[in-house]
Design a protein around this ligand. Structure first.
Ligand SMILES: Nc1ncnc2c1ncn2[C@@H]1O[C@H](COP(=O)(O)OP(=O)(O)O)[C@@H](O)[C@H]1O
Ligand SMILES: [Mg+2]
Length: 251
């Protein structure tokens, strides 16, 4: 089992879109894939067609110590097993603030499943609090999505600082940052190039593959499908496939 977390303090950068499409692409390459949705907004849960109101238990019960991760998994027709999130998790995250060892809950929950999955893709909320910390502790690799807007630079910098702390405090000394994924990429704008230049100046690698802005991504989401199955011939689907190749080559 290898675990990859999509992390960025900023919302709307494509963590969930990339998590769902990467998971689907890995599955189509015959990897056994689980997606853990640690964001109470449940975007990647919904994006893979899972109705969290009908799911029980969810990761909420797993984080409360009331269910195992295996019990929470929902099999989807996209070849990805989903550990669903739900809005109630926001309350649970606050309640966990007093719990010692709260940052290792996901890591421990994954242990019984290490031989059953090749990949775990972890989607995280747009914050660097307990759930994201759990992702950083459980992951082998992480990638940071960014979009061509200037606040992305600051968000990447802040995210990198948190990752540094996780490594330095020995919460996960082996954690490897694969790099920044340039999402909603638009080669026609100067802002795109300038934002990427500033991100590279932070000393972080940037994936060679960029993901264009394409309405197909949002449409696929509305149908609870990865764009890879919703519109497999779309150029953006090709980009998600080459992103997956790049992840596999780095990992
Ligand atoms: N490459 C893309 N092209 C067009 N829309 C995108 C793309 N990536 C993400 N989106 C859309 O942008 C919004 C935010 O993306 P999302 O993956 O939910 O971000 P995050 O998880 O970082 O908050 C969603 O509506 C999503 O469908
Ligand atoms: Mg999200």
């Amino acid at each position: 089992m290898r675990a990859l977390a999509l992390v960025c303090r900023k919302g709307g950068v494509g963590k969930s879109a990339i998590a769902t499409n990467l998971a689907a692409a890995l599955s189509s390459r015959d990897h056994r894939v689980m997606l853990c949705d640690l964001d109470p907004q449940a975007a990647s849960t919904v994006g893979l067609g899972v109705d969290y109101t009908a799911a029980s238990p969810t990761l909420d019960e797993v984080f409360q110590g009331e269910a195992s991760l295996a019990d929470a998994l929902v099999v989807t027709r996209h070849g990805v097993d989903v550990a669903p999130a739900c809005p109630g998790m926001a309350r649970t995250e606050n309640a966990l603030l007093q719990e010692p060892g709260r940052e290792r809950i996901l890591l421990k929950a994954l242990v019984p499943l290490v031989d059953q999955y090749d990949w775990v893709i972890i989607d995280t909320p747009p914050s660097l609090a307990t759930f994201t910390l759990n992702a950083l502790v459980a992951a082998d690799f992480l990638a940071i999505p960014a979009i061509p807007e200037f606040p992305s630079v600051e968000a990447v910098a802040h995210t990198l600082e948190t990752i540094q702390l996780v490594v330095e405090r020995e919460l996960n000394p082996e954690l490897r940052t694969l790099g920044v994924i340039a999402n909603k990429h638009d080669t026609r704008t100067k802002t795109t190039a300038e934002v990427l230049r500033r991100i590279e100046a932070l000393g972080v690698a940037v994936f060679e593959t960029t993901i264009r802005k394409a309405v197909a991504v949002t449409n696929a989401y509305a149908f609870g499908e990865p764009v890879l199955s919703f519109d497999p011939k779309h150029p953006v689907a090709d980009e998600f496939r080459s992103l997956t190749e790049e992840v596999l080559s780095h990992a």
